[in-house]
Write a protein that binds this ligand. Structure first.
Ligand code: DAH
Length: 357
């Protein structure tokens, strides 16, 4: 075999050996046996070789070509096997490893507050009652002593719905107080319920959302007085905010469905936002003794049964408890906010320990 062929063979086989990736391997292949590769070129030039040497030269070039092709095939197989091994190693999974807890989901602060309310009032013997988002104006207003001409109706920025039920206009409830009527018309006293749920008003800015949450409370029994109302709400507020000496003030007010009515304030520092001290007062919920007309509207004799009711905004108490400045992120599903303000569903809490006083 001539020197030039010998040299080409040695160089090409060495390059094949040195190719460490399929891309490098392919570059060597194209350079040797591709369309204008060095060996292909030699085969094309056979015609120029003198006839008496052509046969020998042709056989020699073909021999080199066969050797190069065999080396290329072998190298390709081993590169492919190595690539597969690497992939299998990187995707290896130990199916016998014990499960690890993931930290993906969290409890939304609104849900968390409603769970805490259920836990605290539950410990006082309250049940959780439910209402409907779509209600008639009778449950949302009329039965609560807010007849159609009453100015309180205008205050509520009500979303009215098409259609009627029982001949009465439909609306998205503006308050959870409808659950008072649902409960009193569907069962006998004594009654002790709270009812957290969604409410709607046509209002939207940094402190108002067209959909928000309230929690209603209702107690009906014999001999219920203002003292029961005050004791119950003071206990709740101190447990909920986790401040055992939280100042609580009852201030005379007006609601159509209670008489007398009171707004409830808690002590805080207006400058720092700190709850419990500072000499300022912050309104936190509405309450009162259930109006005799409301009891009568539900077929309950006001001479035999008395009661108290209260209602509060779930977003508002959640923002105060956790120092949240803005209402809007509650509904934006922003993962960064949820990670920061959400609650670990597996962490032990007061809900499991019983209510701390
Ligand atoms: N429903 C009232 C509101 O949306 C809150 C409220 C006040 C509820 C006094 C009550 C109550 O049960 O007694 O503003």
């Amino acid at each position: 075999m001539s020197d030039d062929l010998d040299e080409l063979r040695g160089r090409t086989l060495a390059a094949i050996d040195a190719a460490s990736t399929l891309a490098e391997w392919d570059a060597v292949r194209v350079g040797a046996v591709g369309k204008s590769g060095s060996l292909t070129q030699l085969l094309k030039e056979l015609g120029k070789v003198a006839p008496e040497q052509r046969r020998e030269r042709g056989a020699a070039v073909n021999q080199v070509k066969d050797a190069v092709s065999a080396a290329l095939d072998a190298r390709r197989s081993s590169l492919e096997a190595a690539a597969l091994d690497a992939r299998l190693a990187s995707e290896r999974m130990d199916v016998s490893a014990p499960p690890r807890p993931t930290a993906l989901g969290s409890i939304h602060p609104i849900s968390r507050t409603m769970e805490e309310m259920a836990a605290i009032f539950g410990a006082m013997g309250f049940e959780v009652g439910e209402g409907l988002d779509v209600e008639t104006d009778w449950f949302n207003f009329s039965a609560l002593n807010i007849p159609s001409h009453h100015p309180a109706r205008a205050d509520h920025d009500t979303f009215y719905m098409p259609g009627t039920r029982d001949g009465r206009p439909l609306l998205l409830r503006t308050q959870t107080s409808d659950v008072q009527i649902i409960t009193m018309t569907s069962r006998e006293p004594p009654i002790r319920i709270i009812s957290p749920g969604r409410t709607y008003r046509a209002d939207h800015d940094a402190t108002h959302s067209p959909m928000f949450h309230q929690c209603e409370g209702l107690v009906i029994d014999r001999g219920i007085t203002l003292g029961h109302l005050k004791g119950c709400l003071i206990d709740f507020l101190r447990a909920f905010f986790g401040i055992s000496n939280l100042p609580v003030r009852f201030r005379s007010s007006y609601f159509p469905f209670t008489e007398p009515s009171m707004e409830v304030d808690i002590g805080w520092n207006r400058k720092t936002g700190e709850l419990g001290a500072g000499g300022d007062w912050l309104e936190i919920l509405g309450s009162g003794m259930v109006h005799p007309k409301v009891l009568a509207n539900c077929g309950i004799d006001p001479r035999e049964w008395q009661g108290f009711a209260f209602g509060m905004g779930v977003e508002r108490v959640t923002m105060l408890k956790h120092g949240m400045p803005d209402l809007r992120p509650f509904y934006e599903s922003d993962m960064r906010w949820l990670r920061h303000y959400g609650f670990n569903p597996l962490a032990p809490t007061m809900l499991h320990e019983g209510v701390a006083r």
